[in-house]
Design a protein around this ligand. Structure first.
Ligand code: SAM
Ligand code: SF4
Ligand code: F3S
Length: 467
């Protein structure tokens, strides 16, 4: 069919959902979709919404890519290797399109929100039919509608500021749920692509969040993860006086047996009110992820993080003054442009002082379009890798020592599945976000159990179930 549609004036998404549904219902067999989300939990949450929309449009789902009539990759752009993986995967599915020209291939997410990436896909991956940026959740139906009307390549990488409410997410778990509370980021850390691909901060209205959490708890969800690139600035764009600590206290009023977690929390905006809420609210898990990125003031300044090591430590000391063993984790970047040996020693010394329960560490990856991408960098890749090895070794030592504090204690654990290494055992997470392994029956998955810790290791503890 020739292209007859005006892509600038597509019908409303709700109309397109109905149109695509009529089209899928007229097919001899229900079409199946294969969806894979890369990247952070926010992207995975978008993926769950995209599945919800696909289901509304009549799609079923498959994990076997060869059986799919629609393949959707929801991508991440945070580091170069994440992008390389997607390009590799796109290359490998070209043959599927050759064998089945009716197959619809769709790429969405943070990677495609960059013009140069969308251009590369259009020019070099001509088997891709639809490219959508980070507003895919609100626009997927329109793109499929365009595809049905003969548009060979449909693209929309604009970042829309609307927040689609009321969409049924198709959740991967029946007891753990992610709830985005805000989208976008205003911080422009100089290494980071996120503000460019996700746009400025916009908060969901508190009544929508509270209603969603209430409904999840009523359905039996036991762990709710509140998501945002910086949850501490939640509400700043709303005019109802709502802020993050108040939202936490409102959610804590909901009845039921459940935990609330959140991420990420930018240290510059981590207030005493937020930390007080964390300690005082019974539903809040006893764990704070507070990404520091570096232990050097010079690097922090060049990263545009807007705090010093001392200011960061003040916040750590405050929460530890309320609970000496409060569980803290962080993100660290190794090898930011021109990070010196002394800067890196600063990071190790900060780790020794805070004694994190876990760190998520990344070698700096240059992102085109960010300020750091044009900074000079004299540190070799070999030096960066060596620093990363030293950091990991130190964290292993700290984790092993830290975990000993759990020995002999009884920990409340949300059982979440079978252990990968020892399938006869179950695993779960404690309130501190510690990985706990124990022998137990599969029927316990998705419930809270008490486990007495008998062994501690690096990265996990093992125990016995208390009847
Ligand atoms: N908004 C969160 C915050 O500020 O903590 C972080 C979100 S980002 C998706 C997750 C982590 O990726 C960051 O904390 C940072 O450590 C890492 N990261 C971001 N950009 C990076 C880059 N260009 N190279 C290496 N790591 C990066
Ligand atoms: Fe990226 Fe910084 Fe925003 Fe986090 S706060 S998403 S690291 S720009
Ligand atoms: Fe997340 Fe990657 Fe985008 S970490 S916000 S999916 S760039």
């Amino acid at each position: 069919m020739p292209q007859t549609l005006d892509m600038e004036r597509l019908p409303a998404p709700e109309f397109c959902v109905q149109e695509v549904r009529s089209w899928t219902e007229a097919l001899p067999q229900q079409p199946l979709a294969y969806l894979h989300s890369f990247g952070c939990q926010l992207n995975v949450a978008d993926g769950e919404k995209l599945c919800g929309i696909l289901r509304q449009m009549g799609y079923g789902f498959t994990e076997d890519i060869e059986k799919a009539s629609l393949i959707l990759y929801n991508t991440c752009a945070v580091r170069e290797n994440a992008e390389d993986r997607v390009f590799g995967t796109l290359g490998s599915i070209k043959k599927l399109k050759r064998e089945n020209p009716a197959l619809i291939i769709c790429v969405t997410g943070c990677m495609t929100a960059q013009q140069q990436v969308a251009d590369k896909i259009r020019e070099s991956y001509r088997h891709v039919d639809i490219v959508l940026g980070t507003s895919a959740v609100s626009r997927l139906a329109q793109m499929l509608y365009a595809h049905m009307h003969g548009v060979r390549y449909a693209q929309d990488i604009e970042i829309y500021t609307d927040i689609p409410e009321g969409l049924e997410a198709m959740r991967e778990s029946s007891f753990k749920a992610s709830v985005p509370i805000m989208y976008g980021c205003n911080n422009f850390c100089t290494y980071c692509i996120v503000p460019y691909v996700r746009g400025r901060e916009r908060s969901r209205k508190p009544e929508h969040i509270i209603e969603e959490v209430r409904s999840l708890v009523a359905q039996g969800y036991k762990e709710i993860m509140l998501l945002g690139q910086n949850v501490n600035s939640y509400g700043k764009d709303l005019d109802d006086g709502m802020d993050f600590p108040t939202l936490l206290r409102e959610l804590d009023k909901l009845e039921g047996e459940f935990w609330i977690r959140f991420m990420s929390s930018h240290p510059k905006d981590a207030t005493k009110e937020m930390m007080d809420a964390l300690i005082e609210c019974a539903h809040l898990a006893k764990h704070l992820h507070l990404p520091v990125q570096s232990g050097s003031d010079d690097v922090l300044q060049r990263m545009n993080r807007r705090y010093t090591v001392e200011k960061y430590l003040e916040k750590v000391r405050y929460i530890r003054s309320l609970d000496a063993e409060f569980s803290l984790t962080t993100d660290l970047i190794v090898g930011f442009p021109d990070e010196t040996a002394e800067d890196f020693e600063g990071t190790l010394s900060l780790m020794r002082e805070v004694r994190y329960d876990n760190v998520y560490s990344f070698i700096y990856s240059k992102r085109t379009g960010t300020k750091a991408a044009v900074m000079q960098d004299a540190t070799s890749d070999a030096e960066k890798s060596e620093r990363m090895q030293r950091l990991l070794a130190l964290q292993r030592e700290i984790s092993v020592e830290n975990n000993r504090r759990f020995l002999g204690r009884t920990m409340r654990v949300l059982a979440d599945g079978r252990s990968r290494k020892r399938p006869e055992m179950l695993t779960g997470r404690s309130s501190e976000n510690m990985l706990v392994e124990f022998a137990g029956d599969e029927t316990l998955i998705g419930t809270f159990v008490d486990v007495r810790i008998t062994e501690t290791h690096n990265g996990q503890v093992t125990g016995v179930l208390i009847k």
